[in-house]
Design a protein around this ligand. Sequence first.
Ligand code: ASP
Ligand code: MG
Length: 311
Amino acid sequence: MTLVMKFGGTSVGSAQAMRDTAELIENTKDNWGQVVVIASGMGSKPVKVTDLLLGGAQAALDGDQQKYLDIAEEMRLVHFEAIDGLLDPEGERQAILAENLRFIEHYVALCDAVRVLGELSPRALDAISGMGEQMSVRILAAYLRQIGYKAEAIDATELITTDDNFQSANPLMDETRKLSTARLQPLLEANVIPVVTGFIAATENGVTTTLGRGGSDYSAAIIGQTLDADEVWIWTDVDGVMTADPRLVPDAQSIPVLTYREVSELAYYGAKVLHPKTMRPCIENDIPLRIKNTFNPGHPGTVIVANGQGK
Ligand code: ASP
Ligand code: MG
């Protein structure tokens, strides 16, 4: 059985969060066999790495070098703290610190270029904003290896081909299916857990694109479709889709089963459930999409299906 699971920024937001996430991965792997992990960049509000990256890019455009250097330093601290908290010094710690540092140096170089040219194109924004995912998956995969799993960090630029509609690119599914299955199937057969960047993809020419803010949900659904996964899970911090906003209505209940159509209607009325395009790949291959709570993993959450029968 193949399960594709997406973890958002909060689930990889610190050493402890990554440890908890790794435990969820362990438990699901025992039951499912083949598990593909999709991860966002570190953090949730107020410190979300994607926002930091974009803020720095804007500062570069404004000519504010000090500001993007400060942001680079903040990024370094966030990632290094997680790496130091997770990885043994006699294991992969140094290697992963060095890899993360290379991304931060590349980030500064891109910001320097933006500042000098005085131009920030959508293409440059995509190259810059996707780095958070590239850094987080390397940390999480190394931690999974440390606790005894075979795991490999993969940039989705190798798996998902899109058009060049930067900042909200659209997948080209034929090409994506070829790339994704060729790269991931052998890993799954060898019992390796692929830990894939959410959010980013690449054009046919290999230029980095992004699927839009919050796009890691969509990445999971795209990869799920290419692998014909049995389910796609989106981990979040509530028990699935609720009857009301649990912050406002304390006895809000989780809804066990919703149809794709009902979720579209909820989104139409403004409920923020998923990245809006997430359901498409699942609808096409009739793959149940489950929303689950990392703080209450035993709860089945909400499953979104084609018709109301549930699973
Ligand atoms: N990191 C990206 C964002 O903040 C994608 C995601 O988290 O889904 O929009
Ligand atoms: Mg989200």
